[in-house]
Design a protein around this ligand. Structure first.
Ligand code: WQD
Length: 341
C-alpha cells in the first residue's frame, strides 16, 4: 500500500481526507501540532476506519522535526500539505505570522521531499487566490486578481513556489487544489468541523445558532447585485473534497499526469446565496433560524463559484453531495459535538 504523509491531518479537511485515503487503500501518517485541531480526532478516525493513524505533533516550521518524519518513514511516496493558518480576518491582523507559518512550512516540506526523493505533492490552495474574479464560473485559467487578504496571498505565493519548483525538478509532481467553500461533516457524525469558539464561516455559524451556542447571527449584506441581494458561494461537501485529494494522489502516484505541475478547482459549480443556504438549512432540518439582515462584511467577494470540468476529466472526480447534504450532516455533527457527557 502506498504511504502518504498528510500534514494538518487532524484538521477539518485533513481528517476527512485521512478517512477517504484509508477507505481507498492508502497507508497514512499525519503531522499536526494541534494549533487548530484536537488529538481526539484520531480516535474518531480509528472508530470510522479501524485504523490508528500515527500523528507527529510537530511544528512544520521546525525543519529537523519535519525531516525526522521522512527518516522514520522512507516509504512515503507522496505528501498532502494541508497544514496552514486559514482565518482570513486573523491574517489581516497578523500578516507576518501568516507568511512565516504558511510559507515556512511549505518550504520545509518541499526541502524534505527533495532530500528524501518523495516525488508527489498535493497542495491545499483556495478559491480566495482568485480575488474578485471578472468572469464566473472561474476556470483554472482565470487570472488571479489582487488577493483580498494575506491568507489569500499565501495561497497565491504557494502556487507560484510550486510552479518554479516543478519547472526545475521535472521528476517531481506538484498539484494545487483550489477549494471553494468546504462545509458539512462525515455521514457518521463522528468527525466534522470543530471551529474555535469564534467560528466565522457561514455553516458553523448557522449550526452554532441552531444549537443555541449563539443567540443569532447576521447576514452580511443583502444589497449586492445578486438574485436575492446576498453573496453567492460554491459550497462543497467536505467528503467530496476529501475524495478529490485521494483522486489527485492516485493521478500522480499512478503516473496518469502528463504535466508535472497542475491546478484544479474543487467546487461543485453551483452558486448558492447566503439566504438560499439559510433556507436549505431550515427546510432540511425543519428548524427556524434566528438571524438579522445587516451591513456588508469587508473583504467579501460578491460571487464566486467553480467550473470543475478539469478535475472531472483528469481526476475522474465527481461531487456527489449538495447544499442539502451539507446542511443535514453539519447539523447532525453539531448535535453530537454538543452532547454534554
Ligand atoms: C460565506 C458567505 C459571508 C458568516 C472563506 C475563506 C476562503 C475559504 C472558505 C479556505 C459570505 C456570509 C458568513 C456570517 C454571513 N477558506 N456570512 N454571516 O468568506 O466565502 O470564504 O472560507 O480555503 O478562503 O475566505 O466563507 O463562510 O466566511 O462566508 O452572512 O455570520 O457567508 O458574508 O458571503 P468565505 P464564509
Amino acid at each position: 500500500m502506498a504511504k502518504i504523509l498528510v500534514t494538518g491531518g487532524c484538521g477539518y479537511i485533513g481528517s476527512h481526507t485521512l478517512v477517504d485515503l484509508i477507505d481507498n487503500g492508502f497507508e497514512v501518517v499525519s503531522a499536526d501540532n494541534h494549533y487548530n485541531s484536537a488529538p481526539s480526532v484520531l480516535d474518531g478516525i480509528e472508530e470510522i476506519t479501524q485504523k490508528r493513524v500515527k500523528n507527529y505533533t510537530i511544528n512544520l516550521c521546525d525543519l529537523e522535526a519535519t525531516r525526522q518524519i521522512f527518516i522514520d518513514h522512507p516509504d512515503i511516496v507522496g505528501v498532502i500539505h494541508f497544514a496552514a493558518l486559514k482565518a482570513v480576518g486573523e491574517s489581516v491582523e497578523k500578516p507576518l505570522l501568516y507568511f512565516q507559518n504558511n510559507l515556512g512550512s511549505l518550504l520545509n516540506v518541499l526541502a524534505c521531499m527533495k532530500e528524501f526523493e518523495v516525488k508527489n505533492l498535493i497542495f491545499s490552495s483556495s478559491c480566495s487566490a482568485y480575488g474578485n474574479a471578472d468572469e464566473l464560473p472561474v476556470t483554472e485559467e482565470t487570472p488571479f486578481k489582487e488577493a483580498e487578504s494575506p491568507y489569500a496571498r499565501t495561497k497565491q505565493m504557494g502556487e507560484y513556489i510550486l510552479q518554479d519548483f516543478a519547472k526545475k525538478y521535472t521528476d517531481f509532481n506538484c498539484i494545487s487544489l483550489r477549494y471553494f467553500n468546504p462545509a458539512g461533516a462525515h455521514e457518521s457524525a463522528i468527525i466534522g468541523e470543530s471551529p474555535t469558539n469564534n467560528a466565522s464561516n457561514l455553516v458553523p455559524v448557522i449550526t452554532g445558532t441552531a444549537i443555541g451556542n449563539r443567540k443569532s447571527f447576521t447576514v452580511f449584506g443583502t444589497d449586492y447585485e445578486t438574485r436575492d441581494g446576498s453573496c453567492i458561494r460554491d459550497y462543497i461537501h467536505v467528503m467530496d473534497l476529501a475524495n478529490a485529494h485521494t483522486k489527485a494522489m492516485e493521478f500522480v502516484v499512478n503516473g496518469k499526469n502528463e504535466k508535472n505541475s497542475e491546478v484544479f478547482n474543487l467546487g461543485i459549480g453551483a452558486g448558492v446565496s447566503v439566504l438560499e443556504a439559510i433556507n436549505a438549512f431550515e427546510k432540511v432540518n425543519d428548524l427556524k433560524l434566528n438571524y438579522e439582515l445587516g451591513p456588508r462584511r469587508a473583504g467579501d467577494v460578491i460571487a464566486i463559484y467553480a467550473n470543475y470540468t478539469k478535475a472531472a476529466k483528469l481526476l475522474d472526480w465527481q461531487p456527489k453531495r449538495n447544499i442539502d447534504d451539507i446542511m443535514r450532516t453539519a447539523w447532525e455533527w453539531e448535535k453530537v459535538r454538543n452532547v454534554v457527557v
